[in-house]
Design a protein around this ligand. Structure first.
Ligand code: NAP
Ligand code: ZN
Ligand code: ZN
Length: 347
């Protein structure tokens, strides 16, 4: 077994603290990665606070991982020592169900090994995430990272990037379409960059007036302060597609009514409490309310390659790991521009 250093929380009311644990020695198909940067996703916070239920402690969060390959198993073909590598939200899956076979491992119908707060393929060994020195992952669940982009800014692509890219592709967002992005946080700011790079006309719907300038700099054509119901109503029946990336309970009906006939609102935000949907927000204009979960390995690689070609990365604030608790507090207050990323050298 390999000795690993990390940060873990022991329960929903504990704080993240230094934690020592072990990972398996790399097997024939595994790569051992020295973690250089790890993003802080709001899902880390939901899970560390056990807001979704069923959390496993001690928990080492972190699923926006980039680093350098230190060792490879004998059968590994796609990586060699010294290569950059990325790991996202899962590190294995059943590999035989229809979703896995379709390259949609995130919807695995068998056992999926989430990067943390889950169990390995054996369904017993707890998984520990990226707030740690090293990780061992099967090469098939490891992503290739371009050396041409700043690495700290690439880390958030492994969750925030793919979670917004995948529904934009699935719902065929393209040139000339009117796209709304609700919530300008880690996910939301990537959605703005990606949707505008695909040619869409993007409007940010935000509760924070102070984010208007940023929204435009990130590529939005328009900004609506969502707390102001008159400005919101002025956009009724307007959008082809809305991506809702809000982390907290909110009135989704206010956004559904902004969709045109046959428009789609895709939820990627995962508030811990149910959202109430009014029939009349959907029925009269045959609107669709959908959901979307991260992305599969093939599409994550496609997104990383797309971002490398288009020079798209996340806006980040790099922090030492000792400031992780302060970063959680600031994220909860909406005070993040637009993703905290931990510099793992500071561990
Ligand atoms: P984040 O950086 O904290 O951003 C969330 C944004 O939501 C905030 O910046 C804020 O934007 C808005 N917001 C926060 N509280 C609000 C409230 N009470 N009412 C209205 N708006 C509010 O979070 P994130 O990392 O982007 O994650 C967003 C959500 O997506 C989380 O629930 C996370 O768990 C989930 N998630 C889902 C997936 C998936 O696969 N589906 C993947 C990753 C994350 P404004 O200031 O602009 O209003
Ligand atoms: Zn995430
Ligand atoms: Zn499967």
């Amino acid at each position: 077994m390999l000795p690993i250093r990390g940060y873990a929380t022991k329960g929903p009311t504990s704080i993240l603290e230094p934690f020592k644990f072990e990972r398996r020695e790399p097997g024939p198909h595994d790569v051992l990665i020295e973690i250089l940067y790890c993003g802080i996703c709001h899902s880390d916070i939901h899970q560390a606070l056990d807001e979704w239920g069923g959390a496993i402690f001690p928990m080492v969060p972190g699923h926006e991982i980039v680093g350098r390959v230190m060792r490879v198993g004998a059968q590994v073909k796609r990586f060699k020592v010294g290569d950059l590598a990325g790991v996202g939200c899962f590190v294995d899956s059943c590999r035989v169900c229809a979703s896995c076979k379709a390259g949609l491992e995130q919807y695995c119908e068998g056992h999926i090994a989430w990067t943390y707060n889950g169990t390995e393929k054996d369904e017993k060994t707890p998984t520990y995430g990226g707030y740690s020195s090293q990780i061992v992952v099967d090469e098939h669940y490891t992503l290739k990272i371009s050396p041409n982009l700043p690495l700290a800014n690439v880390a958030p692509l492994l969750c925030a990037g793919i979670t917004t890219y995948s529904p934009l592709r699935h719902f065929k967002v393209g040139p000339g379409q009117r796209v709304g992005v609700v919530g300008l946080g880690g996910l939301g700011h990537m959605a703005v960059k990606l949707a505008s790079s695909m040619g869409a006309q993007v409007t940010v719907l935000s509760t924070s007036k102070t984010k208007e300038q940023d929204a435009r700099r990130l590529g939005a054509h328009d900004f609506v302060l969502s707390k102001d119901s008159t400005s919101l109503e002025a956009h009724a029946n307007r959008f082809d597609f809305i991506l809702d990336a809000v982390s907290a309970p909110h009135d989704i009906n206010a956004y559904l009514r902004l969709l045109r006939r046959d428009g789609v609102l895709a939820l990627v935000g995962a508030p811990p409490k149910p959202l109430e949907v009014h029939a009349f927000s959907l029925v009269p204009k045959r609107r669709t309310l959908a959901g979307s979960n991260i992305g599969g390995i093939r599409e994550t690689q496609e997104m990383l390659d797309y971002c490398a070609a288009k020079n798209i990365t996340s806006d980040v604030e790099v922090i030492p790991i000792q400031q992780v608790e302060a970063a959680y507090d600031r994220t909860l207050k909406g005070d993040v521009r637009y993703r905290f990323v931990i510099d793992m050298k500071t561990l």
